[in-house]
Design a protein around this ligand. Structure first.
Ligand code: SAM
Ligand code: SF4
Length: 330
């Protein structure tokens, strides 16, 4: 019988998001500061250590791993890791969240090494605005990346868009239309208070998923759907289309009751909740004496009793989480 990881609230934890780098070729305004200091090399897990973590996660009962970052595809020799994680016994699903810029180069190999589903982030279809939001990104590289992914034939490609009021809320319908025209799914994400940013005031730019849903429903029509993925998205089907539209609403709808996941930062911290700091240091275990997969597995299992019941992004007395999303792993 494969192992099952159960937390202190009876939730079955079978999904891990593994951050393979804190670096990125973009500097999205909601994710990073303009001038970022990235971690020194020795502080981040080596590719071998990341593989050891992946192996221990699967030995603990995790069956789905999503690689993320930072931008996972800019980590040097990342394909070495992906090929090996993809071949681990007991892994049912290997997925990746990417900004798409490196997909023209890597889409085919990702498919070959067992990645079945891809999430590609895109917040604007206008070159100038795309640049404003990502600061250093080029829209063309991402559109080319989406096309490369379609050509490679992944089972599912989902676009992810963060909507900010008065920045890209006028792009909701064009983004849905784009996804529909390519038979892709798309999820809209509410901005989360991760990392301190000065570029905008998050309370001012907040745009609720409920609003996004109304706008799409009025224009295209949305039908109930029982589609479920590993995540907290609530899905609807677009009328007269195979595309689904998802909404991730950490503010408007608390999704903690169904939480099935843990995250591993690129420094090897096993984070038990996106909105809390409860964590254990897998890197220290790996770099200590007698480090082996069994030691890691036991630590992962033991950590389940410390997983918090829920996060409180909105409560005034709760501090903002100081880590940026690129540290947390999406
Ligand atoms: N670089 C890859 C990408 O952009 O898809 C993977 C990492 S990125 C941190 C993962 C996802 O987190 C992206 O879809 C991004 O839009 C989203 N994200 C980043 N910062 C966020 C924030 N403060 N609130 C909500 N979503 C955020
Ligand atoms: Fe990079 Fe992704 Fe963060 Fe944008 S959201 S800065 S692409 S890690």
């Amino acid at each position: 019988m494969p192992k099952k990881l159960i937390d202190g609230f009876g939730r079955h934890i079978n999904y891990a998001r593994l951050s393979v780098t804190d670096r990125c070729d973009f500097r999205c305004v909601y994710c990073m500061a303009e001038e970022m200091e990235f971690l020194p090399r020795k502080e981040i897990l080596s590719l071998e250590e990341l593989l050891q973590v992946g192996t221990a996660l699967i030995a603990s009962g995790i069956s789905k791993i999503r690689l993320t970052g930072g931008e996972p595809l800019i980590r040097k020799n990342i394909m070495w890791l992906i090929e090996r994680i993809g071949a681990l016994d007991g892994l049912n699903e290997l997925t990746l969240t990417t900004n798409g810029s490196q997909l023209p180069k890597y889409a085919e190999d990702l498919k070959k090494f067992g990645v079945k589903r891809l999430n590609i982030s895109i917040d604007s279809l206008q070159g100038g605005k795309f640049k404003e939001i990502t600061r250093t990104g080029q829209l063309k590289s991402v559109i080319d990346g989406i096309h490369a992914a379609i050509d490679a034939g992944f089972e599912q490609i989902k676009l992810n868009s963060v909507i900010l009021k008065n920045r890209n809320d006028d792009e909701i319908l064009p983004l849905v239309d784009f996804a529909r025209s390519k038979n892709l799914d798309i999820s809209f994400i509410e901005e989360m208070p991760l990392g301190e940013i000065i570029e905008h005031d998050r309370q001012v730019t907040f745009y609720s998923s409920d609003n996004v849903r109304k706008i799409i429903d009025n224009e295209f029509g949305l039908e109930d759907s029982d589609k479920q993925t590993n995540g907290p998205s609530k899905y609807f089907k677009l009328k007269n289309s195979t595309s689904h539209v998802g909404f991730i609403s950490p503010h408007s709808h608390n999704f903690c009751g169904d939480c099935n996941r843990v995250r591993i930062t690129v420094e090897g911290r096993l984070l038990l909740c996106l909105g809390n700091e409860h964590s254990i240091d897998l890197r220290a275990l790996m770099r200590g004496e007698n480090a082996d997969v069994e030691t890691l597995r036991q630590a992962i299992e033991a950590s389940m009793s410390a997983k918090p019941e829920r996060h409180y992004f909105d409560a005034a007395d709760q501090p903002q989480i100081v880590r940026f999303m690129n540290m947390t792993g999406g």
